[in-house]
Design a protein around this ligand. Structure first.
Ligand code: SF4
Ligand code: SF4
Ligand code: SF4
Length: 297
């Protein structure tokens, strides 16, 4: 069993390279062309963030204002172009994906990470901690790709101009961001944890009932939507760079939670850097490949 490391960690170790520095402000210069050229790109993920865009009531209106050249969910012919704005969802899990991402970056003035997978590695990063013997049970009849690498957030490979958090992203945040962009305005991200918008803050906090709620560790801005439905926060918007993981882990341990469960809960959306910083060991890459051969159907 892995053990939780309660020692203080360096901030960058806790949250990775640049991916959790915060959403940052989008440059206010705005689009240079009458109709900015936009691309949507998807890497390893469920594509739920792109579907969120697809299901926007405002999409027809936005499509009149944007020249969308690449969005495989709505376009039969997708073009390579010089993009004013590129939206990227998904974690990077192969060398080929990393090469493609770098090419997209080189062709894009602004690049936005869409959702937890792109921002932190999200759900795909969980595979880094599972041996292929185990993974083989979940991959249907497929073979692992020969150029697989550790699942990583896109900021491990390219500069990201803006982070849009969530699993999936929030419709309103996307619409506000694009509207601001079209008007040449900055988008200022919400600051602080989920607790800031939580109606249970204080005596009704889930933590007082010994229910695992990760709101204090998590980027706010979702209006504490889950808590309003009586569901504790699972950190889908990713870890705040100021989050005190050791304190939260110690609290859960004092309730009797097992260390592997604590790592699982705190690392689910925290990506590999949070898991690693808590002592979880990634499966060895070489070993993964060898295991993989054994477990291929
Ligand atoms: S962040 Fe969530 S909804 Fe978006 S692509 Fe990843 S898994 Fe899907
Ligand atoms: S988000 Fe969770 S931890 Fe924060 S105040 Fe609300 S119930 Fe408590
Ligand atoms: S409350 Fe937590 S899990 Fe729910 S949407 Fe907000 S960040 Fe995600």
């Amino acid at each position: 069993m892995t053990s939780v490391n309660f020692k203080k960690r360096k901030k960058e170790k806790m949250v990775g390279k640049k991916q959790a520095v915060g959403s940052g402000k989008i440059p206010s210069s705005g689009p240079q062309r009458a109709k900015p050229v936009v691309g949507f790109f998807s890497f390893t993920c469920c594509e739920g963030c792109e579907f969120t865009v697809l299901f926007l009531d405002e999409l027809p209106e936005l499509m009149e204002k944007l020249d969308i050249q690449h969005f495989h969910l709505i376009k039969q012919k997708n073009k390579d172009a010089e993009f004013d704005l590129a939206f990227v969802e998904g974690a990077i899990t192969t060398k080929e994906e990393a090469r493609k991402l770098k090419r997209i970056r080189s062709q894009s003035k602004l690049l936005v990470a869409l959702g937890a997978c792109a921002c932190y590695g999200g759900i795909p990063a969980m595979l880094n901690f599972i041996e292929n013997k185990e993974l083989g049970k979940y991959i249907y009849n497929q073979q692992m790709l020969s150029d697989s690498i550790e699942a990583q957030p896109i900021a491990s490979f390219v500069k990201v101009d803006y982070y849009m958090y969530g699993c999936p992203i929030l419709k309103k945040e996307f619409v506000d961001f694009v509207s601001n962009y079209l008007e040449g305005k900055e988008t200022t991200p919400f600051e602080g944890p989920v607790c800031r918008q939580c109606p249970r803050r204080g005596v009704n906090c889930f933590l007082r009932e010994k229910k695992v709620c990760l709101g204090a560790l998590t980027h706010g801005g979702c209006n504490a939507v889950c808590i309003k439905q009586n569901i504790p926060c699972i950190m889908c918007r990713g870890p705040l760079e100021t989050a005190n993981f050791p304190a939260e882990a110690a609290l859960f341990k004092s309730w009797g939670l097992e260390e592997k469960d604590i790592i699982g809960k705190l690392g689910k959306f925290g990506g590999q850097n949070v898991r690693k910083s808590m002592g979880a060991k990634p499966a060895d890459a070489k070993e993964k490949k060898e295991d993989d051969k054994k477990t291929r159907p």
